[in-house]
Write a protein that binds this ligand. Structure first.
Ligand code: PLP
Length: 408
């Protein structure tokens, strides 16, 4: 190991794909050759300048990067303490950070000669991002989505169909995200030759958690440079919302070795982190187990059955959390907290009123935690929060909770 990495938090995963006791590769033997091929191809692409040149070109001209680093001045005044910046990833094409990663995986898929892309989706955001990039490259796109979610997320189902994707409702199990992930893995084994499985968060078997993190790290890489430009120094605290943990890992990773920078991940606390599991806080309220090909903290009952959890935000209801977060939590490099539905709703409105930014409900969780801690911090304390998605998709949910009758 090179000297500069000896005391680094950036060395993971090891060659077995593990971050400490988390991560790994828990897949059937039939999947192993596929995973190994993917790993080899990604290892090659990672150090290939032409791969990153293609990424940079499309990040700039298709996604709209770099996203701005914005000083939220009226919000800062309202909170009366720390100086709050938003990393504006909600301004990306398709309205969130997911496209950063999808672009990377699909460029890789093209290099591997794959012509058919499969994905699983819960709320539909990752499905839409995948269908978008597939349309752009003329690739066949198949999205597995729990039957329950197909009903709950009709607008995203329609978007995917407009973009030319085939949406397959999954009726096995309880018909939600976990079942869609299983079916996508099954599809992959059956269609080895032409198919690439595009995973939407820092989960799945190795090398996915590291690969997705690397693609999303553009967020933290830009944030670091922009902060140095705006303030001449790094932020004191960085903070992001966590579903599976990809936007958070993308912001956190480039800062992991800046040990003066405090790192906070915000999980969905739903109705409170209680015994009834009416939340999606895998770290705060879950236990280690194996799901989706890796070992991590999961929402599960006493028999190890995966639980659904609850959050006002559909994008945060992944039943697990990326293995690298589980590790950062256990070694204490990052802190993980939870925010309830009610607190997130209040933060959603706060951003609308003070900044003219309608945030997605996911980053509203991060903002709610900012609103909790900023007032007690000195004025020269700098917080950088990832505004990872915009709220257009959430206005119906918010209207319902605020008792606004939206007759359309
Ligand atoms: C999907 C989504 C999330 C949750 O996914 P992560 O992998 O935790 O980033 C958060 N915010 C938005 C806007 C999303 O679309």
């Amino acid at each position: 190991m090179p000297d500069d990495l000896l005391n680094s938090f950036k060395t993971g995963p090891d060659d077995k794909g593990r971050f400490g006791q988390f991560g790994g590769r828990f897949v059937s033997e039939t999947l192993m050759p596929l995973i190994l091929e993917l790993e080899a191809q990604y290892e090659f692409a990672k150090t290939d300048d032409s791969f990153w040149a293609e990424m940079d070109f499309l990040w700039k001209h298709y996604v709209g990067r770099p996203s701005p680093m914005y000083f939220a001045e009226r919000l800062t005044d309202r909170l009366g303490g720390a100086k709050v910046y938003f990393k504006r990833d909600e301004l990306n094409h398709t309205g969130a950070h997911k496209i950063n990663n999808v672009l990377g995986q699909i460029i890789l898929a093209r290099r591997m000669g794959k012509t058919r892309i499969i994905a699983e989706t819960g709320a539909g955001q990752h499905g839409v991002a995948t269908a978008t990039v597939c349309a752009k490259f003329g690739l066949k796109c198949v999205v597995y989505m729990g039957a329950t979610d197909v009903e709950r997320q009709a607008p995203n189902v329609f978007r995917m169909r407009l973009l030319g994707a085939e949406v397959i409702p999954v009726t096995s199990g309880r018909g939600t995200l976990k079942d869609a992930m299983n079916d996508a893995l099954r599809d992959w084994v059956t269609n080895v030759r032409d198919t690439f499985y595009c995973i939407g968060t820092v989960a799945g078997p190795h090398p996915y958690p590291a690969m997705v993190r690397d693609f999303q790290s553009i967020i933290g890489k830009e944030a670091r440079e922009q902060m140095l430009e705006a303030e001449g120094r790094l932020p004191d605290t960085i903070i992001a919302a966590i579903g599976g943990g990809s936007n958070a890992m993308g912001l956190f990773y480039p800062f992991l070795d800046d040990t003066d920078v405090a790192i906070i991940g915000v999980e969905a606390g739903g109705k409170g982190v209680n015994a009834k599991m009416e939340h999606c806080a895998s770290l705060s309220g879950g236990r280690p187990g194996v799901l989706h090909g890796n070992r991590t903290y999961l929402l599960q009952d006493e028999d190890g059955q995966i639980l659904e959890g609850h959050s006002i935000s559909a994008g945060l209801d992944y039943p697990g959390i990326g293995p690298e977060h589980a590790w950062l939590h256990d070694i204490g490099r990052a802190q993980y907290v939870s925010i309830t539905d009610t607190e997130a709703l209040a933060a959603f409105q706060l951003s609308c009123e003070t900044e003219g930014i309608i945030p997605a409900l996911e980053p509203s969780h991060a903002l709610a935690h900012v609103a909790k801690i900023a007032p007690d911090m000195p004025r020269d304390h700098i917080i950088c929060m990832n505004m990872c998605g915009r709220g257009d998709k959430d206005i119906f949910t918010v209207a319902k909770h605020l008792g606004f009758d939206m007759k359309v």
